[in-house]
Design a protein around this ligand. Structure first.
Ligand code: GLU
Length: 216
């Protein structure tokens, strides 16, 4: 990363940080408390320098499947049930982790409707603004998986985070995942996959590197 890019990152005041299921949980589906604690600590340190974070978290389905003793979501109702069970576990863990830093957490569950309907989106944006600007709270967002209809779901939290970041004019979007970044192909399948550290322009060539998710 160049000095100019570092400088640009350090100026960011309003951040959207997304953490993926595999980064947040052990392979068994249990929450990794160490990851959670360091995430809370870093976000609270940012808050001390007036940098405000909106957290987009995955993990509900993975944690819920573990709690329900299922190895995978074999159908949509199982996925929805797992998401409902996992989400409450997820939020209570975030609540504990951020309480240690005196920061309240605020759960916001979204569907495609809030992101595509102007009035709903305006309410969302006002609520987020009040939480981070007035109350030093950490909004914790996820898709409302138990009610998201198949075919019109947001689907991936990378997408949810990107949409929220652009709608609230965030200065920075950070995606925390178990993959280092963009590769020329899937590094889990292709030993020759090359890491691309910086993408200046999203052209056809870069666009063509996008592939389907390998998560559940
Ligand atoms: N909303 C899903 C969950 O909480 C995660 C979706 C994704 O993996 O991006 O488990």
């Amino acid at each position: 990363m160049t000095a100019k890019e570092r400088e640009r990152l350090s100026r960011a005041q309003r951040l959207v940080v997304k953490i993926g299921s595999n980064a947040l949980c052990h392979p068994s589906g249990e929450l990794d408390q160490e990851v959670l604690s360091s995430l809370a600590e870093e976000i609270s340190q940012l808050a001390e320098t007036k940098k405000r974070t909106i957290l987009v978290t995955s993990g509900a389905v993975k944690i819920g499947l573990h709690k329900l003793g299922q190895s995978r979501a074999k159908d949509l109702p199982t996925r929805q049930a797992a998401a409902a069970v996992g989400q409450s576990e997820l939020l209570s863990s975030y609540h504990r982790a951020f309480s240690a830093h005196g920061m309240p957490v605020a759960q916001i569950l979204l569907t495609q409707a809030e992101l595509s309907d102007f009035k709903r989106y305006l309410h969302l944006s006002n609520a987020l603004d009040a939480l981070i600007s007035r109350h030093n709270a950490v909004p914790i967002l996820n898709e409302n998986d138990p009610v998201s209809a198949a075919g019109v779901e947001i689907g991936e939290n990378d997408r949810l985070a990107a949409l929220v970041a652009s709608k609230i004019n965030a200065d920075l979007l950070v995606l925390l995942s178990d993959v280092d970044g963009l590769y020329t192909s899937d590094p889990n399948k292709d030993p020759d996959a090359r890491f691309i550290p910086v993408v200046e322009i999203v052209n056809q060539e870069i666009y063509a590197l996008a592939a389907e998710t390998s998560s559940f």
